[in-house]
Write a protein that binds this ligand. Structure first.
Ligand code: ATP
Length: 341
């Protein structure tokens, strides 16, 4: 394993920002740290970078314990959410900065910066200053600057947070392709599940300083280890009193159920397709989502969300419908069970 965190704890005042955090990452992988605000994502990055020291636990990079190695000697590149470019320096000089610090010779610096300018598609902008660049361009400069000294590991803290939605989507694809091209092990922080799913080879879900689940986006989607993890990859709804759901026997062992919209099928009341297992509901709202409709259903006192494809028969707000839940996850503190109806 290329990066390993073993039993990391970190407190700020009384707050446990990292609570026994352990994970390992293979060389060359692109990892997303995903979780709500305050769940400890940035703290993990800062400890890896050497900007913060853990209270206990070990950080290993390439098999070597780095706890006592200062940030400047860890060979790690860092991209911050607010670019942190040097305002009075040109694009060229920003990218060259780390190489100047390393006292590389001029010819090498010129060649390396030009290489990165091409990689980050900044040709022609070398002499501009940060205020003459768009958000997306600034972030590509920050990325090039971090890569210039050939780091072994690249850390990105919400790299697209300050960029508008359309450009952000383009940058995601670009970042994934570029990181793959460079082949550098990378970890990025995000609280945006679409971003994590689209970019990451593997996702680490953080929750209140702890690691909730680690896996590929598909693994977490298919087998969420907790209602919290289910909520962070894909759409889901947690129901505490699931025993009242039609067609599902109450399993005493489990406290709550998680249903995904994809696990629900809906048909008009007069077309009873699943007479024994479905129950009646009413459509409270319909949202057009581009490739499908999202139906908001009310069944008894429960609210559920289901999807309908554009080809399906038309349904309208107020329609009574048969609702079949054909799959759900049941949870308690220790385990999860997938139940099919
Ligand atoms: P966000 O998405 O908001 O950046 P995060 O998941 O990255 O959140 P962290 O920044 O790691 O979370 O913070 C975790 C907790 O530790 C928060 O409650 C935060 O207030 C606290 N914290 C982080 N750094 C410090 C610090 N230097 N001093 C005091 N508390 C801190």
């Amino acid at each position: 394993m290329y990066v390993e965190l073993k039993g990391i704890n970190k407190k700020f005042g009384g707050y446990q920002a990292s609570d026994n955090v352990s994970f390992s990452i293979q060389k060359g992988k692109l990892i997303g740290l995903l979780g709500p605000s305050g769940s400890g994502k940035t703290t993990i990055l800062r400890m890896l970078a050497g900007l913060e020291n853990p209270d206990s636990g070990d950080i290993l990079i390439d098999g070597k314990r780095v706890n006592d190695i200062p940030a400047s000697q860890r060979g790690i590149g860092f991209v911050f959410q607010n670019y942190a470019l040097f305002r009075y320096m040109t694009v060229f000089d920003n990218i060259a900065f780390g190489l100047e610090v390393q006292k590389k010779d001029k010819a090498y610096i010129r060649q390396r910066v030009n290489e990165l300018v091409r990689l980050t598609q900044l040709e022609g902008l070398e002499q501009r200053r940060p205020h003459q660049l768009s958000g997306g361009q600034k972030q590509r400069v920050a990325f090039a600057r971090a890569l210039a000294p050939n780091p072994h590991l690249l850390l990105l803290d919400e790299p697209f947070a300050a960029i508008d939605a359309k450009v952000r989507k383009e940058l995601r694809t670009w970042l994934r392709e570029t990181i793959n091209k460079v082949g550098i092990t990378s970890i990025f922080v995000t609280h945006d599940q679409d971003e994590a799913v689209e970019i990451a080879d593997e996702i680490i879900i953080t929750n209140r300083g702890r690691i909730e689940q680690i896996g590929t986006p598909v693994e977490i989607y298919k087998n969420p280890s907790s209602p919290f993890a289910a909520r962070f990859i894909g759409e889901s709804l947690t129901i505490e009193n699931y025993g009242e759901l039609h067609g599902f026997k109450r399993h005493e062992k489990y406290d709550s159920a998680v249903i995904r919209p994809e696990f629900i099928s809906v048909s008009k009341v007069n077309k009873v397709i699943y007479p024994h297992a479905s129950e009646q509901g009413i459509i409270e709202d319909i949202f057009f989502r581009g490739n499908n409709f999202e139906l908001h259903l009310n069944i008894g006192d429960k609210k559920l969300i289901a999807y309908r494809s554009l080809e399906d028969e038309a349904l309208a707000v107020g329609d009574k419908v048969n609702v079949l839940i054909y799959r759900l996850y049941l949870y308690n503190d220790e385990e999860v069970l997938l139940v099919e109806n």
